[in-house]
Ligand binder design. Structure first.
Ligand SMILES: Cc1cc2nc3c(=O)[nH]c(=O)nc-3n(C[C@H](O)[C@H](O)[C@H](O)COP(=O)(O)O)c2cc1C
Ligand SMILES: CC(C)CC(=O)C(=O)O
Length: 364
């Protein structure tokens, strides 16, 4: 991040967070090439605005399987919000609900999913919260997590597929950060089959996770299933064939394989492969309304933001997350106006060009 209100929140978060926890949030895998590329790739793209076709106000709403968004930005699942702020995921849930967007609440939440959904619904009765999970090596545990999400009132499940094993984060290794501080835990993992009674099971990753696990999840629940962490277009096609409600193009914020393309660079091929059959979301490196507009023009239905929300939360709790979402909303609206857009459908692929390579004649 460079300057502007989101950069200020990032600076404040860095100042208030324990440096070990700051590095856990900020860091990426390996040499952090992908971490940097997610943001840098947006800087390599430019928008070719259309003129003389705008409207006095703009509609930023998006309907997705599992909920309506008042702005094309949702909160991506990130772990352990109580490292950032004592209210943790409760504060994030309230801010997302107030902004009219979806919180994707992770299995690695430091507040149990039932309490997260209740906090969102106390702010806005129709608020949608989605539940993110990793298929667990023990199928009974996965089934129990799905049941908890359903009972809590979640309106979609997000299955993260990019983590057959956990990425190696050097910053965490250097700090020796392996465990949450006393008093904090992944509350959704409490009291599960095979775990200690009243205690918390570790979140498992399974290198043998397969499409069969996705099928099992579809059999377990009628909630819409999103598949998160798709980069290869062939996997996007398989996901559609296996009945997902949507696909999330994501490299986990540069935290898994440090060899993959930036998320926005992987997006167009996935959008082509999916060919409109299900919506495609993107997360990774979105740091302003311009990035949101570029991703939407390239075919994303909406985007997720991870770290900016954590910075807002650390800097100022619920108000900080609200500020992040308000800034993004205002910036998307402003960029859309400058592109002569009335609604998000006016952000079309012909508006995106590469910087520094000239502009070829296209009349799409
Ligand atoms: C600290 C941290 C924790 C994360 N935890 C999860 C998680 O538990 N499950 C998951 O699917 N993705 C997780 N992610 C990835 C995010 O969902 C998302 O893909 C990524 O943060 C997007 O990139 P951005 O931070 O540049 O916006 C995490 C990311 C961060 C930074
Ligand atoms: C608990 C972890 C699996 C959270 C995660 O996905 C991450 O830190 O990137």
């Amino acid at each position: 991040m460079s300057t502007g209100p989101l950069a200020e929140l990032h600076d404040k978060a860095r100042a208030v967070l324990d440096p070990v926890h700051y590095d856990y949030y900020a860091g990426g895998v390996g040499d952090e090439v992908v971490l940097g590329e997610n943001e840098a790739a947006f800087r390599r793209l430019a928008l070719l605005p259309r003129v003389l076709r705008g409207a006095p106000t703009r509609d930023l709403g998006v309907d997705l399987p599992g909920g309506h968004l008042d702005l094309p930005v949702l909160v991506a699942p990130t772990a352990f919000h109580r490292l950032a702020h004592p209210e943790g995921e409760l504060a994030t849930a309230r801010a997302a609900a107030a902004a009219g967007t979806v919180l994707v609440s992770g299995v690695a939440s430091t507040v149990a999913i039932g309490d997260v959904v209740a906090a969102a619904r106390a702010v806005r009765a129709e608020a949608s919260v989605w539940f993110q999970l990793y298929p667990q090596p023990d199928q009974d545990v996965t089934a129990c997590l799905v049941e908890r999400a359903e009972r809590a009132g979640c309106t979609a499940l997000v299955v993260t597929a990019d983590s057959p094993v956990f990425g190696r984060h050097r910053r965490d290794a250097e700090h020796g950060f392996h465990d949450l501080p006393a008093g904090l835990a992944a509350e959704n993992m409490r009291d599960l089959p095979g775990g200690p009674p009243g205690g918390v099971r570790d979140i498992g990753m399974s290198p043998s996770v397969s499409w069969r696990d996705l099928d099992r999840l579809r059999e377990l629940t009628s909630l819409p299933l999103w598949l998160k962490g798709v980069l290869h277009p062939r996997d996007a096609v398989l996901a559609v064939e296996h009945g997902v409600a949507g696909v999330v193009v994501s490299n986990h914020g540069g935290r898994q394989l440090d060899l993959v393309p930036a998320a926005v660079e992987a997006l167009p091929a996935v959008v082509d492969a999916v060919a409109g059959r299900v919506p495609v979301l993107l997360d990774g490196g979105v740091r302003g309304g311009g990035d949101v507009a570029v991703a939407l023009a390239l075919g994303a239905a909406a985007v997720g933001v991870g770290r900016p929300v954590l910075w807002g939360l650390a800097a100022d709790g619920e108000a900080g997350v609200s500020r992040v979402l308000a800034v993004l909303r205002d910036e998307v609206d402003h960029v859309l106006a400058l592109c002569g857009g009335r609604d998000l459908a006016d952000l079309t692929p012909d508006l995106v060009v590469s910087r520094g390579t000239g502009v070829s004649g296209r009349c799409g």
